[in-house]
Design a protein around this ligand. Structure first.
Ligand code: FES
Ligand code: FES
Length: 156
């Protein structure tokens, strides 16, 4: 089965072997985009978060076929003209990365939050990121990073 979709602004065509292939598998294994991580494959951790037509989804729960004809943005697509996305920059400035496995999903989720709500309350921030688990439990720095990206705090 051949699928056509737009990934990070580029039209991509890809052959999938069977109808059950997830969008996450196709992004990582067929399109060479390993930024979205495969941690639970059950929609529990958010490590695979991407935007599908502007909506935050777990790519492990989306069939690749569902992306046919649609727009996907992965963490690789957030930087512009060689400049990191402000959320990416904030994660580095605030030291919000430990092993980094959760980081791409959190960055996509945080970028989505700030795109819709540039100045989130503490509750809104925590609610928006509640689907993204950090096994290293570095949540304090992660929340610092999002506050910093939103201009709600200084870097620590
Ligand atoms: S790998 Fe998709 S939610 Fe965990
Ligand atoms: S930094 Fe290791 S899982 Fe979050």
């Amino acid at each position: 089965m051949r699928l056509t979709c737009t990934v990070n602004g580029e039209r991509r065509e890809v052959d999938v072997d069977w109808e059950g292939e997830s969008l996450l598998y196709v992004l990582r294994e067929r399109l060479g985009l390993p930024g979205s991580k495969n941690a639970c494959e059950q929609g529990e951790c958010g490590s695979c978060s991407v935007l599908l037509d502007g909506e935050l989804v777990c790519a492990c729960l989306v069939l690749a076929a569902q992306a046919d004809g649609h727009h996907v943005v992965t963490v690789e697509g957030l930087a512009r003209d060689g400049e990191l996305h402000p959320v990416q920059e904030a994660f580095t400035v605030t030291g919000a990365v430990q092993c980094g496995f959760c980081t791409p999903g959190l960055i996509v989720a945080a970028a989505d939050l700030l795109a819709h709500n540039p100045s989130p309350s503490e509750d809104e921030l925590r609610e928006a990121l509640s689907g993204n688990l950090c096994r290293c439990t570095g949540y304090a720095k992660i929340f610092d990073a999002v506050r910093f990206a939103a201009g709600l705090s200084d870097a620590k």
